[in-house]
Design a protein around this ligand. Sequence first.
Ligand code: E4P
Length: 218
Amino acid sequence: MQLFLDTADIKQVRDAVKLGVISGVTTNPSLVSKAGWSGDYKSAVQEICSLVKGPVSVEVLSAEAGGMIEEARSIATWSPYVNIKIPVCAAGLEATAVLSKEKIKVNLTLCFTPNQALLGALAGASYVSAFVGRLDDAGQDGMEVVAQIADCFERYKLPTQVIAASIRHPMHCVTAVQAGAHIATVPHSVLMQMINHPLTTVGIARFLEDAQKTKGKG
Ligand code: E4P
């Protein structure tokens, strides 16, 4: 099981990398807009790559297969760590099939069904991202979809990795492990929540208090 950070905020990447628990980063156009990247998209991606030294997903914006392929080929030259995020649709599958043959790694995104994930794997995607939180929001069990995808890939020994995406809280990470996801991509806020427990906080304070009491006694 690996953790990726789901952010386009370079400061958040810098902070999380220091913890030694992050293997990659996923971005999307909404996260890029939130992070306020202006103009130099390429430099921002390169900085994230140099910090994380692992897979960094960057999404294409074209709607047609030809445009996706062209964009992907260009983005792939930015860093050896860059993966191309492509939405699952007919054009996206066509682009994935071409790019995977060129050894350009694709993260097929916006997957909401096991069928979409299977098609992505057959087209040669390196990763499929199943959006757990958005499925939960729609009244469906998002992690059940992750479990079905992981089971399918395991059963047929498909090399594509399952990313549990759209993670909203720490319990999503626990259930992502149980569902057999290879990776969970977590927002920085969820990563921080995963570290903390009130009993740990109280325990640290009490140890420090007791250490003060013994000071000067030996
Ligand atoms: C990651 O790859 C996705 O883009 C991201 O997890 C989506 O999360 P959201 O549903 O909270 O926007």
